[in-house]
Design a protein around this ligand. Sequence first.
Ligand code: ADP
Length: 545
Amino acid sequence: MLTTPDVVTALSDEAQLNTIFARSPVGICIARNTIILNANAALLAMFGYEDVAQIRGRSLVDLVAPSARAALTERAQRRERGEIVPNVYEIIGMRQNGSTFPYIVAVDTIQLADGIASVAFCTDISDRKRAEDRLRFLAESSIVLASSLNYHETIRNVTTIIVPSLADWCTVDMRTPDGGSERVAVFHADPLKQHVLERIRTNYTLPPNAAMGYPAVIRTGRSILVPLVTLSELRQVALDQEHLELLVSLGVYSMVFVPISARGVTIGALTLGLSELRASYTSEDLAFAEELGRRVGQAVDNGRLYQEAQDAIALRDQFLMLAAHELRTPITSLMGYAQWLVRQQQAAEYMPTERERRATETIAFQAERLKLLVNTLLDVSRVEQGRLMVERTPLDLCALLRRMVDDVQTILHIHTVVGDLPANPVIVLGDVLRLEQVLQNLMQNAIKYSPRGGEVRVRLEATSTHARVAVTDQGIGIPEVAQERLFTRFFRAPNVADIGGLGLGLQLAKELIELHDGTIEVVSSEGQGSTFTVRLPLYSPPIEE
Ligand code: ADP
């Protein structure tokens, strides 16, 4: 409240000070030896007194909560001993009616006509504290809400953060596709009353056109505040006598209903309820619950989107695997006939034209490629089902790599593949077909991702425990951001858009090498080339007794 300036200036100095004292929005209390001498109107209002006579002569201790009294006395004693004690501090106060609240007090000493007295300036900080608590609550709730992408878990987590800090019980109802709703969670702070909530959930669903409660919120997207629930309101909502009794036994005293919304659409409703023991909900509580409803909506929406993406991925995988299985039979027969044709043409009496010969070879070659692709897809499905297996026997990696390098050499034009292999055998325990598949994949990638040609070096080394195969190229390399995800399914680096591929080979390579107790890793710099290194344990034959 603003004072009219000319009124104050017209008064004497003392009268001016008295006016300021009386009108100060800060509570002021004057005391001597902790006995209250005087207090202004703001202080009386803050502590719930009507007249100064009600507190004059009482101890300052009466203005603080019992839990804070020992600290107050100790502070006074320290000050009397001449110690320096902070003169501004926070304390829990107690109103005349026994309710408590936080306030800040600044203490000073003044000289009065009849001696020294202390003066305390008190400011109620309940609102600030509440705002701080709510911000903290929202921050914590955001963490809890983000902790899971599982829709049901998110909802469950929500109820456990709301009860008991915001409500004694709460329920979550989500809109169903038919316009109705489904109660997905109920939670009461009192385990006995949890049963009541469960019974209501099982036996009673309010109709979607109900004028009150969660159906109305879901329908209109508008929140409802019922500061004090009356019996007649409960009667209006209850579907029968038993429902009414259950609602009454729940202790429905004050309620808020707020929408759970995501991307502007109401997807459900959050109901918070208080039992008789607390103060009723206010419009401030409602605004806070609305904010919570928005955050819950966002978390639920994230969970749903994630689930939809997972379902779409599962569907894609299922389709790919089905397609791969279905393709197997026609490809086998295509390959059989193509090879038969090639053999026919190779027979002495058969004289194919150049064009016929090329066509037959192309069919056989492409059928072989198709078979490899389909096998890769089937392998990926085996990985998914944990059915990818290897049959390991001792084998010489050196001989395997030498043959592979020689074979690939014959079909290359702008690339050279150089084998840097030791003279002695390097024996590992491996599945020859599977290891060949992995190394083939690395060599083919090295060639494929070096579109301008260059050297591909295949180096084999043996340490005392391991064999190490490094395939190095001088190709396009891999951007650093992509390297971490290179061995995951369907992942392709952003710089390979012009080069065909499925993004499956390296995932399979990693799975297969790990089945051999080995590791695979990459070192690369974009534009300069890559080195893929496979490490496999050396085979040590069992020692004969
Ligand atoms: P694909 O080659 O079919 O895309 P891979 O699983 O074999 O699938 O490889 C995954 C990705 O790793 C490739 O798309 C490419 O981005 C990157 N990559 C693999 N090998 C090389 C290489 N030698 N040089 C550059 N990039 C490579």
